[in-house]
Design a protein around this ligand. Structure first.
Ligand code: CAA
Length: 284
């Protein structure tokens, strides 16, 4: 069975920096790649801040935090990922950008290396098909916030080999997380179930059934969800929520997945949730 030692992470946003964080914390050398140096510096600062939470609570020594940070090398050149055994892609949910990136990575990496995508909804089979290694291609779908959430949804494309799935499941366990394997259909499992619930909450608001606060309180207090669905939508990003609903609607062809017009309107307005300062709630 293949061993993974060096890991590349492409994309240093919320998901990418969280993924680099958990690999480095588990002892792996990580090369974190993005287009610009300033984005990478910001990502390292975020990882440092999130590790500091553990130091402040006495769960980690300050020296351990420094060792973890030192395992993360930042780099803007894709060529420098050439000796990685695994590269996890965590760039924006754009099919063209992702396929361009995977073609370059495929040409650059050693034959044994595995390619993984953290996509929340794009087909793993479709991404794998642009490479010469569809058997060594897999979905590794982390949840936000990555250092906290225990699940990794492991998505097998049509050609993903048993060995690749096993290597990635074993690796996920070494991160202290739980891999759950699913097949490659629109939205996989997590988002096929979560996003229609969020979309329904937006419909309830749109139809005036209750206020945003009331909808969230009902789901928090009545269902023990840590966040209400509209707060969670703001946390995920309304553009991401809409993109996932569109993938479900197009891919499964059932009108029950139609995105709520209010969600579409908010995204059109640039009300994207926490990241833009305004969504169903306002953030300062
Ligand atoms: N990095 C590291 N630690 C973090 C963190 C981060 N970014 N964010 C929170 N934490 C830690 C805190 O330090 C705290 O640790 P302790 O329990 O040891 O004190 C713990 O997490 C809880 O945080 P808080 O006390 O600050 O706040 P909270 O209790 O409200 O929890 C939350 C915050 C963990 C985000 C919680 O609200 C939650 O679980 N929300 C739901 C998250 C969720 O559903 N995520 C999935 C989104 S969908 C997705 O990701 C997939 C997709 O494709 C769309």
């Amino acid at each position: 069975m293949q061993t993974i030692q060096k890991i590349g992470v492409v994309g240093s946003g919320t998901m990418g920096n969280g993924i680099a964080h958990v690999f480095a914390q588990a002892g792996y050398g990580v090369v974190l790649n993005d287009l610009r140096e300033d984005l990478l510096e910001k990502a390292l600062a975020t990882i440092g801040k999130n590790l500091q939470r553990g130091v402040d609570k006495g769960r980690m020594q300050a020296s351990e935090k420094e060792q973890i940070l030192q395992r993360i090398q930042i780099d803007t050149q894709l060529e420098n990922l050439g000796d990685c055994d695994l590269v996890v892609e965590a760039i924006s949910e754009n099919l063209t950008w992702k396929t361009d990136l995977f073609k370059k990575l495929d040409a650059n990496l050693q034959p044994h290396a595995i390619l993984a995508s953290n996509t929340s909804s794009i087909s793993i089979t479709k991404l794998a098909a642009v490479t010469q290694r569809p058997d060594r291609f897999i979905g590794m779908h982390f949840m936000n916030p990555v250092p906290v959430m225990v699940l990794v949804e492991v998505i097998r494309g049509i050609a993903t080999s048993d060995e690749t799935a096993q290597v990635i499941s074993d690796l996920t366990q070494k991160l202290g997380k739980t891999p759950v394997e699913v097949n490659d259909y629109p939205g996989f499992i997590a988002n096929r179930i979560l996003l229609p619930m969020i979309n329904e909450a937006v419909y309830a608001l749109y139809e005036g059934v209750a206020t945003a606060e009331a909808i969230d309180s009902i789901m928090k207090l009545g269902m023990n969800h840590p966040m209400g669905p509209l707060t969670l939508a703001d946390f995920i990003g309304l553009d991401t929520c809409l993109a996932i609903m569109r993938v479900l609607h197009d891919g499964l062809g059932d009108s029950k997945y139609r995105p709520c017009p209010l969600l579409v309107k908010m995204v059109d307005a640039g009300y994207l949730g926490r990241k833009s300062g305004r969504g169903f709630y306002t953030y300062t």
